[in-house]
Design a protein around this ligand. Structure first.
Ligand code: SAH
Ligand code: SF4
Length: 377
């Protein structure tokens, strides 16, 4: 009997997959007053209640009605680990079909005098089909797309942690009440390729920016893509003021195709063309991600080529020291070489930063925790 109840519970749809209008219909069907829909939305997305029983502003009857039809979330937290310096928390979740995904919370304390930035890094797919050679997720292959509810729930789970910390700091007198902010930024840089799961990714963005819910400004949201040209074109028409990051990782087709099979489908010229188009359409600069892989793409002549390639494009380059993956074959470029590489870009007038690493001791690179868990089972 207990098992039967459990199966029934697991098979219920997640309310997080629904849009606001859907909640209106549910409320109408239940006979409750229309304003209850907004109340329900707020209590889930603003207050982060992930169980109907926690929503005490709603009547018991209505809560029972909701819980016979739905559940709020579906993610099962399997692992929760913090880095030694406490700056990074990594969560491994089980999905209802047993797939595993990862989400990361990164805390930046000194943020130009503000009360610290907290960035949620979330996954959009279980696994990834694109097979980049340096990426732990890519080496695992593709499992499936996440639903928008599964994408949003990662934000809510991390938000719960972030808000709890803020509240604790208020109690300790380290933060004022008005400075409770929870997560401030979201990056779609966890497992998977967001633009290969276009519909659910965009649906999740629209939910996250809703100002009666999670309410994170579009300008604080970044989607990272391997460079799916038609999808970038589509995104440029969405009228969302989000940031776009392109995983470039090489300045020419030969070098790029060696580590990123997708480059054969969408070569660099097409990718850069669509980037120009994106900037024209949106008036926003593009971020380029460039992992420095020793003896692969890190020479000064590579930097020159990159400078020429991006010349005249409104952009910013993030230089990223490679995270070691279990079967990684790439060495790390030393700090001095990184700075020389950056110096060349500067000569071309291209702004860049060398990314500060976080959570290296807890395998914070995407896909790496899942890999460790599976290989130790
Ligand atoms: N599929 C998307 C988003 C997920 S990957 C994309 O590729 O952009 C997010 C970022 O992590 C990408 O820039 C990716 O190239 C980077 N990444 C993957 N493996 C890495 C590694 N071993 N070290 C450092 N960054 C890595
Ligand atoms: Fe997929 Fe991005 Fe990893 Fe490439 S880097 S395999 S696109 S997740």
């Amino acid at each position: 009997m207990e098992n039967l109840q459990l199966t029934e519970k697991l098979n219920k749809p997640s309310i997080l997959d629904l849009e606001k209008e859907d909640l209106n219909k549910i409320v109408a069907e239940s006979g409750e007053k229309p304003y209850r829909a907004e109340q329900l939305w707020r209590s889930i997305y603003k207050e982060c209640n992930l169980d109907f029983s926690e929503i005490t502003t709603l009547s018991k009857n209505f809560r029972n009605f909701l819980s016979t039809k739905f559940r709020i979330g579906t993610l099962e937290k399997k692992i929760h680990i913090n880095s030694i310096d406490s700056s990074t928390t990594k969560l491994l979740f089980g999905l209802n079909d047993g797939e595993l995904i990862e989400s990361v919370l990164m805390r930046y304390t000194s943020d130009y005098g503000k009360k610290g930035r907290k960035t949620a890094c979330i996954s959009t797919q279980a696994g990834c089909a694109l097979g980049c050679t340096f990426c732990a997720t890519g080496q695992q292959g593709f499992r499936r797309n996440l639903t928008s509810g599964e994408i949003i729930e990662q934000v809510l789970q991390l938000q719960k942690i972030a808000l709890k910390e803020d509240l604790l700091e208020v109690e300790q007198g380290k933060r004022k009440k008005g400075e409770i902010q929870g997560i401030t930024n979201i990056v779609y840089m966890g497992m998977g390729e967001p633009l290969a799961n276009y519909k659910n990714t965009i649906k999740s963005v629209k939910n996250v920016i809703d100002n009666s819910g999670i309410n994170i400004g579009s300008r604080h949201i970044t989607i990272s893509t391997v460079g799916l040209v038609p999808k970038i074109k589509k995104l440029s028409k969405e009228k969302l003021q989000i940031n776009l990051a392109i995983s470039l990782h090489a300045p020419d087709n030969k070098t790029r195709s060696e580590t990123m099979p997708v480059n054969k489908r969408f070569p660099i010229e097409e990718l850069i063309d669509v980037c120009h188009y994106y900037v024209e359409q949106t008036n926003r600069r593009i971020f380029f991600e460039y992992i420095l892989l020793e003896d692969q793409n890190d020479s000064l002549s590579n930097a020159e080529k990159l400078g020429k390639l991006l010349n005249g494009l409104h952009c910013h380059v993030n230089l990223i020291p490679v995270n070691p993956t279990t079967n990684g074959v790439y060495g790390r470029t030393d700090d001095n070489a990184n700075r020389l590489f950056q110096g060349v870009l500067k000569r071309f007038g291209i702004p860049s930063t060398i990314r500060v690493e976080k959570g290296i001791d807890i395998n914070a690179g995407c896909g790496q925790l899942r890999e460790r868990v599976l290989s130790t089972n």
